[in-house]
Design a protein around this ligand. Sequence first.
Ligand code: C2E
Ligand code: MG
Ligand code: MG
Length: 579
Amino acid sequence: MHPKASGAGKGSEGPASDAAHAADALLTDLLANTTELLSFYNRDFRLTHCAARLKAIYGGAVAQGAAIWEIYPSFLDSRCRDEFLRVFHGGSPTSIDLPRQPDEAPRSVFVFGTANGVGIRETREHGARSAAEEQEHVILLHQATHDVLTGLQNRRRFGERLQQALAAIGGPKPKAALLQIDLDDFKSVNDTLGHGAGDTLLQLAAGRIREALQDGESAYRYAGDEFAVIQLGKEQPAGAERLSRSLVDAFKEPFVINGIPVFVGSSIGIAFGPEHGTDGEQLMKAADIALYAAKTDGRGCARTFNRSMLLLLEQRENLRRSLRTALERGELYLEYQPLIRPPSSVIGFEALLRWRHPEVGIIPPSVFIPVAEADGLMDEIGRWVLDQACRQALTWPSSLTVAVNLSPAQFLNGSLTDTVAQVIDAVGIRADRLELEITETVLLEKTIDNIDTLNTLNVLGIRISLDDFGTYYSSLSYLKNFPFDTLKIDQYFITDLDTDLKSQAIVRSIINLAHGLGISVTAEGVETSAQVRWLIKENCDCLQGHYLGRPLGAEATSDFVRRSPPKARRTMEESNRAV
Ligand code: C2E
Ligand code: MG
Ligand code: MG
């Protein structure tokens, strides 16, 4: 509120201050009531006063302290900028026609010097448009430039603003920063909790982005779960670094959707104009490459574009291209890692996928499976793995099981149960010899579909294990609501079992909890005899790890079975002696 001119405070401030207050109050009243689209700016090009009607039309962009080019981006355009600067530097008032979009009415601004900077009166030539028509026009304009779901400015506006910002470089504030923001795990929330929850998440995310913004920063929803912020008039790279830190931090707290806390981080790619791109498309490409680097560096972080990232992208592109043909060229194969029941029985094997790339050599699944998932190839590859693993298991004694990992992409595909049933049938293997491993990411929430799929697989007689337990949400409700046969404790807790009392307490509790629910427990990544001894003592049902047997090729696995694993047997005997 501006202070009204009155006798209050007279004694301390004196007549000059009184007059200033009176003038200010007069201006405030005028601006509240005038139908003119008036605004005033200081010598830093920042908004100091503006008419209420202008605010009604432009909405959030017209905030105290907003830069003039955020309200009138055309001033970033060299023709308008030069004329404007002439008045700003003391030239006579002038009228400037603003460039316009094909669906926009002609607009011009009258720019005049003031004691503190400049004033602008905008004129809109809308002929005899009534107040109601004007209102409707404003709403339509808003709809054309804003995203309905989040209320942020949309992709179209983003493109225009980015172009204008880049055209302005060399003007009063030299650098523009583009931050591309992508939500981590949005897809799994959408897939598991439903599209309604996905929409709510996007709205909440937009709110957090908006809250992180300062002057000179504007946010856009660019596509799906991709957002962008254009930052103008800041010292760089410090400005973009500060903003990206606030944005990453803003996503650390869970989002509560339908009463469920959901953790969704944000990854950010940063690029600067003109350094990384002189037009919008180039700059977006650079920010996108930086975003990809942030995603591959573990997500939930920000990265600024640099040229070496292009190499990374090229490698990924090559990988993607050759992965498409890897299956048909016979470059994919499986290894099998023994699963040992103490003291020494091999009860089965876990099938682990490998890619023998003709030039690069062996590529581990952690590198190419995410690429295959993103490219929609995992369904086909997963089916091949299932088929291959079941055929291989048929060559083993019939008491041995085979465990196959499922990617979330396969699990969410409605035809998983049909595929599994078809493969079992075609191969002719007993259903109870197949175990399917899933991770918690596919079970973010118990959806009807998930329960149905698991129950159907269960009815078929197939066993289900929960892989990597302890590393994701570790929600106990999964254990209550899904018919798991096995729980696999992640290597993370096994690695330091010898020394870490906390890991011991966690593993012991998981074993007791699972046993209480009638679920069997497998320890993953067992690498030492001390770990073996400890796990046997705590009644762990099954062990897997390099100490007991590394993943082996198909033939070596058959040998291993024939020799009835000497290493595993010796290991267990040694362990038993030591216990
Ligand atoms: P996972 O299912 O948890 O598999 C266990 C991983 O731990 C395997 O890595 C295995 O080689 C490794 N491992 C086993 N024992 C030890 C040990 O004592 N020490 C250490 N350091 N590592 C050990 P791998 O083969 O690289 O597989 C990584 C992940 O890739 C798997 O984790 C699984 O999530 C995924 N994966 C592998 N094959 C497939 C597949 O056919 N389909 C799908 N969807 N995912 C697969
Ligand atoms: Mg596994
Ligand atoms: Mg695992």
